[in-house]
Structure formats: C-alpha cells, structure tokens
Design a protein around this ligand. Sequence first.
Ligand SMILES: [Zn+2]
Length: 171
Amino acid sequence: MQGVTEVCSECEFDPHQIAPDQLGPELLQLAIGYEAIIADASVSGCLALSSRPSAETWSILEYTGHVEFIYGSVGQMCEIADADELAPINGVDPDEHVDNAHFNEVAPTDMSERIHRSGEQARDALAGLESGALNWTLLFNGNPAPLGLLTLAMVHEGHHHLRDITRLAAR
Ligand SMILES: [Zn+2]
C-alpha cells in the first residue's frame, strides 16, 4: 500500500513521519488545510471550487466531501474495533459516492465547517481509544488490517487530496 509503507511518489507523504499519537492531530491539521484552500478559492473566484475542471476531475468541494466521508469512516472504525473480534467495514466506490452526494451544491462555508468538525470528531475518536487499540485488527473490504495502519492510510488520503485541491486552487 503506497503511502502507508513507503513515501508516496505523488504527494510525497511519508508515513514514517507520523507517530501513532499524531494520527488524530494530523487529521485535524489537514482539515484546516482544506478550510484554507476553500477560503482562498472563494476569494479568488476559482471555478474549480464547485465545478469539475474536467469530467473525471473532482471539484474542490467534491474532494473535500470525499475526505469528510473518509474522516467519518475513521470514527466508525474506532467505534467498531474490538480486541478479540475482526470487525468488518467496507469502503464505498468513491466516484459513485461523490456523484450521488452533490457536494457542489453545498455552500463553501458549510463545507469548511463540515470538514473541520469531521476532523475534530476523528481526532476525538482516536484520542478516546484504549491503549493498544491501534493494533486491533479490522476486516477492511475483506482484508485484515490493524486500525492504526488503516487510519494512516486515511491520513495519506487526506494529505494526497489536499495536494490535489491546492493545485486546482492555483490554476
Ligand atoms: Zn499521496
């Protein structure tokens, strides 16, 4: 899994830079980055804020909505993780989810609040775990993986898409 065991060739996320106790704070820090990009794009009138630059490229609001959903799944995983049982969780098809969610109709200020709140919730969920819980194994899409590693993959997603929207906002 690129971005979890090795440095991501696209966004240069280095998983070894994130200590386990920094996963939650990092998710919130990234959320604040999304807020900043949304604010900048609003001020500059960036078209990619709420419309796709091309059919296959999400808008800034769509990327943010996708990451909000990912953050929600961190909270969900923290809730269902269990020391003795393989709790199952399944991802969704990202394109299908974004197509159906109509994030481009959400007011940018609302989306900013949503990503911030979901960052806080994910951080709090991680902070509330009992010690050792990051090593508990879940069944993600049928594959066993520890909660800490799955969360690290979500941190990478947040980092990766923040780079995507930073580029969109700069166009
Ligand atoms: Zn990446």
